[in-house]
Structures are given as C-alpha cells and as structure tokens.
Write a protein that binds this ligand. Structure first.
Ligand code: ADP
Ligand code: MG
Length: 396
C-alpha cells in the first residue's frame, strides 16, 4: 500500500508561509535537550522547505503542561536552539503560540527562514481541539504540513485543525512512517516473523490480533507471556498476569492454530523472588515456575529458539521488550533478540516507546531497517486504524 496523501513535493512552497506541525516532544532537563532523535527525524522536511524558499513556521507540543499558560521548563526555546545548532539554518523562536506576538513574528519572517512557535499545549484548547485553535494557526500559513507522526493519532488542534482552512499535506517523516508501517503488513516478504513483548496482553490485543492475521510466526515474550502460560495451563508463580485476559489469550492461540500461524512462547525463563534492582535471577523451565517466583526475562533456551526463527525470516516486526530490560540482570533476553534481529538480513521494523529505548540502550539502532518515532501512533497503524492527522490531509 503506497501512501495515498499529498506531500510537500506536491505543492509550491516558494515564498509561501508553511505552517508545519512537527514532533519536538524530546526529553528535556534543566533546559538541556537529551535525546535528539525526534529533531533529527524532522530535519529532511525542514531542510526541503528551506531549500525551496519557504517561510517555515514550526509548532509542536512538549511534555504535559497543564494548559493554563506558559511553564518555563516546558518551553520549546531550548529545542529551537538545538535545531539551529543541528541544522545550521536560521532559526528564530517566539515565546507565544496563538497571540499577537506570534502573529508579528510570522509577518516578519523571511523566505528561507524558520520560526519556532511556543509549546502548543500551553493553551488547554489545543488538546480539546477547539476550532479557534486550528483557525488561528491556519491564519499564520498558506500551506499546512503535518510531519508529527508521534501525534498523528491524536485529533488535537495543531494536528488536525489547520487542515480545515488551508491546503494540508504530509511531510517526509509522516509519509515514510505510514508507508513503512502499512506496507509490511499488506505485502511482507516472507517468512514474516512478528515479535511481541512488553508488559500486558490487554494493552496489545489489537496488535496481537492484527499480527496473527499477517505474520507467519508470532513470537511472544515479556510479561504478557505469562497470561499465555495460564491459557496453556501452566502456573506462573508471582509473575505479571492478567486473569481476565486468559480466555482471550486462549482464543488467540486457537485462531493462530487454525490459520497455520506458528506461535513461539518462552520455553525457559529467568525468575526472581521479587521485583527490584537487587533481585537475582535463576533459570527455570516454563512449566516449572515455583509459586514464589516471578518471570523477569526469557531464558537461554528460549533465546536460541527465537534466534532460529529470526535467522530464517525475511521480515521482522518487533514491539515490546522480552523482559525487564531496564534492570541489567534481566536485559539479556531483550539484548539477545535485538542482536539476532540486527544480525539477520531481514527487513526489520521496530515500533513502541520502550522497545526503541531498548534498541538504543544496546546501540543497535543503526542496524535496523526502520525505527518508528511514534509509540502510540505506530501501534494504532499496526492495529489497522486510520490516524486522524493523516485522514485530514489532501488525497494524492
Ligand atoms: P513498548 O513501549 O515497546 O510498546 P510496553 O510498554 O508494552 O512496550 O512494555 C514495556 C515494559 O514491559 C517495560 O517497562 C518492561 O520492563 C516491561 N516488562 C517486560 N517483561 C516483563 C516481565 N516479565 N515482567 C514485568 N514487566 C515486564
Ligand atoms: Mg511502553
């Protein structure tokens, strides 16, 4: 499935005021930007607009302000400075989003220059998608560009609003994300191995259902594996489990069997007597988890089993860590699986906030084919849902 919306390539931006919603929701502490992945991901569109002589007006949210006005620690000013440093382009910042000061800065903006507006969420009407937000922002631009993939699943003022008033097209990041995350499910090169982990079955039901429909093999690890163990009749000790979802897990196992989809569950586990930094692990088989132990990671036999499936795959989609990777003693399973994916020749697509954090922790990001910048948005795409931000754009 190709991307079906107009992009910046399809419009004339020369001399125009181009209002661009980006995702600059980066980690920030004491005014210092931490991880710059999201700024880097927005650069291709920004550079293209500058090279094509547009007046570029950037807007984003940052963190979770209350919505009652400016909160200095959540200002986009340091992000604008970082952008200037990373891009070498002329970047200005205005400490206003919807008011007269923002308007004046927009009016003074020269072609080929960039203006960053203040955090769109300092006004609570943004999240509520009040019509005047979209209308006001639209009045700053001749063209609207959505490149904020990470918030494209949220129908909020700066994401969907301007599209009602001015021509709205996609930026390169949005295009690439949507294209990548939809085409692998539409027409994956097979065998297609999907790996799902993380904490809960309940939060990934839609994803699991969709993966059973498209993958040849579904690998299940992480905390959610224990609910599947219950479905198979194993006892799981004090492991993370969701009793209410056991029947649903059973249904999924049955559906997979009917469809000929192979499900791989852990055959051994690293268990501990409590959840904590000081906990130590021991390896037990999946049907022998003691009553007073909890599963924290997949075991070495499981790593070998998963590794074999990954090695013979042509496409891998991965969401959710295999264990409590935040604690080094329980990170081995996630790391081993990440290395197996990195070392295989397959097309590898990674989605999900914690999964991406894990890949970064092991410095394997550059060995993956695509790492999605959007956690929630990528999951909604994988579930087959349409993203409101994308829906609002002009059809190609
Ligand atoms: P993602 O953000 O990639 O979609 P999730 O949010 O679903 O992933 O899950 C990530 C969390 O799951 C991590 O914080 C990790 O510690 C936790 N987790 C993984 N395995 C286990 C386990 N066996 N027990 C408890 N928590 C786990
Ligand atoms: Mg998460």
């Amino acid at each position: 499935m190709a991307f079906t919306k107009k992009t910046v390539r399809d419009v004339d931006v020369d001399g125009k005021r181009v209002l661009c919603r980006v995702d600059f929701n980066v980690p920030i502490k004491d005014g210092v930007v931490g991880d710059t992945t999201r700024i880097k991901a927005a650069l291709p569109t920004i550079k293209y607009l500058v090279e094509h002589n547009a007046r570029v007006i950037l807007m984003s949210h940052l963190g979770r302000p209350k919505g009652d006005g400016p909160e200095p620690e959540l200002s986009l000013k340091p992000v604008a400075e970082k952008l200037a440093e990373m891009s070498g382009l002329p970047v200005q910042f205005v400490p206003d989003t919807y008011g007269d000061e923002a308007k004046a800065a927009v009016d003074a903006l020269q072609p080929g220059h960039i203006l960053v507006l203040e955090n769109v969420r300092f006004d609570r009407r943004e999240k509520k998608n009040e019509p005047e937000i979209g209308e006001r922002l639209a009045s700053f631009g001749d063209i609207f560009v959505l490149d904020a993939f990470g918030t494209a699943h949220r129908a909020q003022g700066s994401v969907v609003g301007p599209a009602k008033y001015i021509p709205a097209v996609a930026g390169f990041l949005l295009e690439k994300e949507v294209d990548t995350l939809t085409s692998i499910f539409a027409d994956p090169e097979r065998p297609f191995v999907a790996i799902v982990g993380g904490s809960k079955v309940s939060s990934k039901i839609g994803v699991l259902d969709h993966l059973i429909d498209s993958a040849d093999t579904l690998i299940i690890g992480g905390g959610m594996a224990y609910t599947f163990f219950l479905a198979k009749g194993y006892s799981v000790g004090t492991s993370l489990k969701e009793e209410d979802w056991v029947d649903r897990a059973k249904e999924m196992l049955e559906k997979a069997e009917k469809k000929g989809v192979k499900i791989l569950l852990p055959i051994d586990n690293v268990v501990a007597d409590h959840f904590g930094e000081d906990a130590t692990g021991e390896v037990v088989e999946s049907d022998k988890i003691p009553d007073d132990r909890m599963g924290m990671d997949i075991g070495p036999k499981t790593v070998a089993l998963f590794d074999e499936a990954i090695k013979s795959s042509k496409t891998v989609f991965w969401n959710g860590p295999m264990g409590v990777f935040e604690m080094d003693q329980f990170a081995k399973g996630t790391e081993a699986v990440a290395r197996a994916v990195a070392d295989s020749d397959c097309t590898s697509i990674i989605g999900g906030g914690d999964s991406v954090a894990a890949i970064n922790k092991f410095h394997l990001a550059n060995k993956m084919s695509w790492i999605s910048t959007g956690g929630g948005a990528s999951m909604e795409l994988v579930e087959g849902k349409a993203l409101p931000g994308v829906e609002a754009l002009l059809d190609a």
